[in-house]
Design a protein around this ligand. Structure first.
Ligand SMILES: *Cc1c(COP(=O)(O)O)cnc(C)c1O
Length: 364
């Protein structure tokens, strides 16, 4: 028998989450974001759940090739554009739309030989200060692009640093508007947090770009949780109990003896560790579901095992189901955001870090 651990990808949840994002921005078209191998889910695995999107956005040219191989003929957007000149050949061949965020990318386009003019997304730095033209450079970049025979339509784009937090998007939107107001072309500005939180506020986005929300994690946790937004988990990580033991008061558990029993207690040893993508930093008390019932971890996460307090589930034993995040067999949900918070990080990182050694199945 293989080691009892498995991840499950929930396609119907993915479709439902896309629908949640669409309802939040009903007039916009929707990019499904599949960078980082679909946030760790696997592009090939999620593809069927994302067919209803209007376009697919990603970073890596190899991922674009994979999406075309799956038969996707719709729009495909490279969110960081090209990295070197020859990437443009692939853009021509696969009909990729690409972001243009710096002069060097315009230089590459200007010397690119193609019969197929490209659709480009001119990126404005409205305050994130990673990629994009400074507001005062936007007009000249646009004029330069517009003069190139290699360029077809020019759209306008920016990215928010604080759509999930108290600072919000107003200041960045004002910068973006001022830099682009009299330029023609479609606009795309909204990530998940902006799509869910700010669409009603007169935000005009011809295309929205929700990533994390489609994968069932709340972009603004802990302010709101996934249930608040009507989002469902698209990834479950589950394992089984491979041993149980009873501790006496004073017994310690695991490396570093980080947990000491203060009474007689039963613990379960679970076939999941940091080599599976479960964060080693998760402290005692991190929530897990055993047979769908909420329990807590005790002691240090090791490479292949964690230990859990079985007090809430006296009937549990060898072979019992343990849900590390996602949906249990009885329907109970442990939001990935809760586990991420215990680890001091965000759901994004946990999904993306699912280890290769974990077998993955796709469910509808
Ligand atoms: C990753 C990314 C998104 C999606 O962000 P989420 O927070 O996952 O919704 C949108 N736009 C760009 C440019 C990105 O890189």
């Amino acid at each position: 028998m293989p080691r009892p651990i498995q991840a499950t990808i929930h396609l119907q949840a993915l479709r439902d989450n896309v629908a949640v994002c669409r309802r939040a921005a009903p007039d916009a078209r929707l990019w499904a974001v599949v960078k980082a191998n679909a946030y760790g889910h696997g592009i090939e695995r999620v593809f069927d759940g994302l067919r209803g999107a209007d376009g697919i956005a990603l970073l890596d040219l190899d991922e674009a090739v994979r999406v075309r191989k799956l038969g996707w003929r719709g729009p495909l957007l490279l969110l960081e554009g090209v990295f070197e000149q020859r990437d443009l050949e692939l853009c021509s061949r696969l009909g990729l739309w690409h972001t243009v965020h710096c002069q060097e990318q315009i230089d590459m386009l200007a010397t690119h030989k193609t019969n197929e003019p490209h659709r480009v997304f001119l990126k404005v730095n409205s305050g994130m200060n990673r990629l994009g033209f400074q507001p005062e450079q936007v007009r000249s970049a646009w004029t330069r692009l517009n003069a190139l025979p290699q360029v077809d339509e020019i759209s306008l784009m920016t990215h928010f640093s604080d759509a999930d937090g108290p600072k919000g998007i107003a200041a960045q939107m004002a910068v973006f508007r001022q830099a682009t107001d009299d330029l023609p072309g479609e606009r795309t500005v909204s990530n998940s947090a902006a799509t869910l939180r700010h669409s009603g506020s007169g935000l005009v986005s011809d295309w929205v770009r929700p990533g994390i929300a489609t994968y069932g994690s709340a972009p603004d946790y802990p302010l709101h949780d996934a249930a608040h937004w009507g989002l469902q988990p698209t990834m479950t990580l589950a394992a089984r109990i491979i041993a149980t033991r009873t501790l006496a008061p004073g017994d310690t558990v695991g490396y570093g003896s980080l947990f000491t029993a203060d009474k007689v207690m039963r613990i379960g040893v679970v076939a999941c560790g940091y080599a599976d993508g479960y964060p080693r930093v998760c402290p005692t008390g991190t929530p897990v579901l055993v047979d769908g019932v909420r329990c807590r971890t005790v002691g240090r996460v090791s490479m292949d095992m964690i230990t859990v307090d079985l007090e809430p589930v006296p009937q549990a034993g060898m072979g019992s189901e343990v849900t590390l995040w996602g949906r249990a067999g009885n329907g109970a949900v442990l939001p990935i955001d809760e586990v991420a918070a215990a680890a001091g990080t965000v759901g994004y990182e946990l999904m993306c870090a699912l280890a290769l050694r974990v077998p993955v199945v796709v469910a509808d």
